[in-house]
Design a protein around this ligand. Sequence first.
Ligand SMILES: Cc1ncc(C[n+]2csc(CCOP(=O)(O)OP(=O)(O)O)c2C)c(N)n1
Ligand SMILES: [Mg+2]
Length: 274
Amino acid sequence: MTYATGHKYINFAALPHISCAGCGNGTIAGALLRAYEELGFERKGIVMVMGIGCSGTVDRFIDVNSLHSTHGRALTFATGIKAANPKLNVVCFLGDGDGATIGGNHLIHAARRNMGITVILVNNLNYGMTGGQVSGTTPLNAITITTQFGNPEQGFDLCELVKAAGANFVARETAVGGIRLKNRIKEALQNPGFSFMDIISPCTTLFGPRNKLKKPVDMLNWLKEKAIPASKYDQIENAAQQGYFKIGVFKNENNPSYNERYEAVRKLAAAGGE
Ligand SMILES: Cc1ncc(C[n+]2csc(CCOP(=O)(O)OP(=O)(O)O)c2C)c(N)n1
Ligand SMILES: [Mg+2]
């Protein structure tokens, strides 16, 4: 039996990567590339738009059209690309700081427009690249370099946010989700509207060690233990405060994308509004 490796989308000459041992960037990128392969995506038909951060560095070895954009603004570039050429598969690969904190406003508006973009949000619960500062998804009470005695703010539930804003497809997974992660990403890539994957990912150098998860493997095991499906999650009192993450698909609809709605308006205008 042959199985997808995703190798045809990798520039091996650009390896090794620069991620830390146990970081989720590699497993998430690997799942995405295998999903591309299983869906038969051509390299030239894909545009990846990266944010700035550890997560954004995967474009060094992913061999498709890509744009390393400015911090927090990846979705604006992606929106322009998709509006100009709806045939392209536009995928944003973002960190939680980039996609949901400095770029939070763009996230809700891209979801509201139901732009035909897939967002792979590598949610490592802090600003990894700059030393592990608190982000909009850092859980309540968690320790970061800027919340050394515990985070007094609660983290965003990004899936609830994006769902309410109007996205077609919303799911949460973890970097240790394996085949299930790849299959979810495939579903996201196939949805014609805004599709959003919140992927909880281990930051084994900064977030983990500051939060009693000393070794990389401790953080991987923690993710396996804390990521649970809705059926279990909903039975636990104060599950979020106890550090649990709800995984699964929370919305999967087929509403028309921005491009489809825009095309309808364009035709109407061309016909003089009749
Ligand atoms: C406008 C702007 N503000 C701040 C920075 C500094 N900066 C670079 S990466 C980064 C944090 C990235 O965190 P996240 O998006 O969560 O990605 P991670 O490194 O955790 O994968 C910051 C604040 C910047 N490059 N540009
Ligand atoms: Mg981050």
